[in-house]
Design a protein. Sequence first.
Length: 250
Amino acid sequence: MRIVLCGIAVILAAMVTVTTASAAEIKMLASNAVKEACSELLPYFEKISGHTVKATWGGTVDITKRIAGGEVVDIVVIPASGIDDLIQQGRLSAGSRKDFVKSVIGVAVRPGAPRPDMSSGETIKRALLESKSIVLSSGPSSIYLAGLFKRMGIAEAIKSKTKQLAPGLSVGEALARGEGDIGFTQVSELLAIQGIDYIGPLPADIQQITVFSIGLHANAPSAEAAKALIQFLTSPEAAPAIRHSGLEPG
């Protein structure tokens, strides 16, 4: 269901005044974690601003490589640390980082698989040891979880039954195809998938919050239009759609 964003036309009209002649195409390269939120928000921006947004979604690893390798877009959306690194490399404009959303790690299972007890880290540990197959993404959640499994003392015990997907592939879709019993990735990436049982976020005692930020490319072809989009995405008016997708405003 589409979210009705109160006051959205007013704030966009205040941000952007364009004519048909000055309307721009904004190229955005963004993490899959923000895809659902942006799918709600971008059409409103396009309607009121007159600009169009060409969004390409992918995994953090691939996006970072593409920008570091010289690809030019207008804005990039990946975890905050990655935005900072690309700014230091001179790929993104200094001072352009704007925090967009906060994301937590969620848990899902294939239909019919045992539902884990989500009350604590200890019960999740037990579920992992008892599961037949585990699916992880290649994004920031998998880096955190690899360290968590080591701290839990189960890394070696579950290594042979853990599958880490290639960059950009969906944990939820893999579970829906029956490629694993239990999977972990950003909550927003699980809520959008049909054919799985979403259980909930990781327990608080083992949860990890990732901040996804926006950066303006140093050579952005449509810099002014991109700045207007960034302003809108990080405005209070965008919060309802962000929360609807399983994220929190940054």
